[in-house]
Design a protein around this ligand. Structure first.
Ligand SMILES: *[C@@H]1O[C@H](CO)[C@@H](O)[C@H](O)[C@H]1NC(C)=O
Ligand SMILES: *[C@@H]1O[C@H](CO)[C@@H](O)[C@H](O)[C@H]1NC(C)=O
Ligand SMILES: *[C@@H]1O[C@H](CO)[C@@H](O)[C@H](O)[C@H]1NC(C)=O
Length: 497
């Protein structure tokens, strides 16, 4: 920027201070000084227009003067090569370091300096990197990295991630104020990664978010990871939105699908959300080992169940607390270990995709699998299956698998209805082909109707063993028996007895 431009900017800043003090005095637009405020606003706009005029062009050969344009860090100005030919690691790290030397204003959560939304702009370029991009110190927040492609070089370390929010030894707050500021237990807060293509070149992963708060990953395309597309460990509230993740670039039916490996998103923490995301190849779509995570609007067509893939793996036995709503499981399913508090609803399972409830310690409690659609190819695949290879589910409470609609697969449910016509003293309804849990009926309601005749037989429920309901009468009659059974667990009324 030419000296005249810098002068205009300083004048502009002085005026801002003046305007700030006018506003701070509390003079509203209706008071006397309003016209003075208007004049300053107009002058500000004129100065802004002058500062943005084409005559103020940066010199491409030298690094930008610190503080000249402190809110946007254009990586080419730090020497990065936007053609992706030369290694740009040092230049990109220099841009990140410059951003942390920029102005910050107060704190977000204690110990996280607020950078006001400063942006590190990749300017639509492709950059080759041979080491992860990390900030030089932790304790920073309200920063954006956006708008371009990062590609791992052929010697990128296989255990690393292209963008890594792990904590170096020092924190911004400590270096900036001699260690007096409270140090946060989080590395970063409100870091936004937006409009990025991350190509891990089949070496390492895409993004690592350890111990951070309110990280936003938005409109990113993350491919060619060997390990994980996005890894979240500890911290809270990483929001992954409107993004596309795949190990291989494919649109389904890929001849190499059997070989897909890696995990697209690994959530090893609490309170994260994955919203409106497509996962198009990886052995596991989303692996969850923390609580209170939410998946909505996620389309999984990573690796088909038939090839050993899993859409969503819930590895949180005994404390699941996961909501999967409005997702699309496309030839790949859900596995939940000892689920306790899990909702799977309003989702679409295509291509014989199903839900597996896997017993680890035999506990399942508070599970709703309701209002989903299942579509298959008439191979007789159950929509919900139990994996009891480690032992049966012994403690079953509040499990509702119901109201799912099914085509070309076998319905499984914890609630079933049926009727039996007969002429005699005994009516048997076999619910075993539809009930999810073997030999478990906890509630039965039935009614016996006879048409015509003057007989009023006495009748009762005799047996519910092996998911078969037997009703008997004292007199031989021609009657219809209607039965509803439930294996969901103890009702409130029964629990109170
Ligand atoms: C899958 O991997 C195996 C073993 O590495 C290899 O022989 C095979 O060619 C691969 N298949 C495809 C389609 O890439
Ligand atoms: C019911 O069975 C009895 C014999 O067990 C028979 O006499 C009677 O006709 C049957 N009624 C009907 C409606 O089938
Ligand atoms: C209930 O039926 C099972 C067979 O399904 C049988 O073994 C059992 O003895 C019956 N129980 C009673 C009380 O009749």
């Amino acid at each position: 920027m030419e000296p005249g431009g810098a002068l205009l900017v300083s004048l502009f800043m002085v005026l801002q201070v003046v305007l700030g003090s006018v506003q701070a005095r509390g003079d509203g637009p209706l008071g006397g000084p309003a016209s003075f405020t208007d004049r300053i606003l107009r002058m500000q706009q004129e100065l802004k227009a002058a500062a943005a005029s084409p005559s103020a062009s940066p010199s491409p050969s030298s690094l930008p003067a610190e503080g000249a344009n402190p809110r946007v860090y254009r990586v080419t100005e730090y020497g990065a090569d936007p053609t992706g030919k030369r290694d740009s690691t040092e230049s990109l790290l220099a841009a990140l370091a410059a951003a942390l030397r920029g102005p910050s204003s107060g704190f977000l959560i204690d110990g996280i300096a607020n950078y006001g939304g400063a942006r590190i702009s990749l300017e639509g370029g492709i950059y080759l990197i041979s080491r992860p991009l990390r900030f030089p110190s932790a304790g920073a927040g309200n920063l954006v990295i956006h708008g371009g492609t990062l590609r791992a070089s052929n010697d990128f370390p296989a255990e690393c991630y292209l963008i890594d929010l792990s904590s170096p030894a020092t924190k911004v707050a400590e270096t900036a104020s001699g260690g007096s500021a409270a140090s946060s237990s989080y590395n970063y807060e409100y870091i936004t990664l937006r409009d990025l293509m991350l190509d891990s070149n089949f070496r390492g992963g895409g993004v690592s978010v350890p111990q951070s708060l309110r990280t936003s990953i938005d409109n990113c395309y993350i491919v060619h990871f060997a390990t994980e597309g996005i890894s979240v460990r500890g911290g809270h509230e990483t929001y992954i939105r409107n993004s596309f993740l795949g190990q291989h670039i494919t649109a389904g039916g890929d001849p190499g699908e059997r070989n897909f490996s890696g995990t697209a998103i690994n959530l090893m923490g609490n309170d994260n959300a994955v919203t409106d995301v497509v996962i198009f190849s990886a052995a596991v779509g989303v692996m969850i080992s923390g609580q209170a995570n939410t998946l909505t609007g996620v389309h999984f067509y990573n690796k088909a169940t038939g090839f050993g893939g899993t859409g969503i793996y819930l590895k949180v036995p005994g404390m699941t607390q996961t909501r999967i709503v409005n997702c699309y499981l496309d030839y790949t399913g859900i596995v939940a270990e000892d689920p306790v508090q899990l909702v799977v609803s309003d989702s679409f399972f295509l291509g014989d995709a199903y839900v597996t409830l896997k017993s680890v310690n035999g506990l399942i409690d508070g599970v709703n699998i309701v209002d989903n659609m299942f579509s298959g190819s008439n191979k007789g695949i159950d929509i919900v299956q139990l994996d009891q290879s480690n032992g049966p589910f012994m403690r079953v409470h509040q499990v509702v698998v119901d109201r799912n609609n099914v085509q070309g697969m076998r319905l499984r449910s914890t609630v079933a209805r049926g009727s039996a016509q007969g002429n005699g003293t005994s009516w048997t309804l076999d619910f075993d082909p539809v009930l999810l849990f073997p030999n478990r009926i906890t509630q039965v309601q039935y009614s016996l109707t006879t048409s015509g005749g003057s007989l009023f037989p006495r009748h009762c429920l005799r047996n519910t063993s092996e998911n078969r309901v037997v009703v008997e009468s004292d007199l031989a009659v021609r009657a219809m028996v209607f039965v509803t059974v439930d294996q969901g667990g103890e009702s409130v009324a029964r629990a109170r007895q």
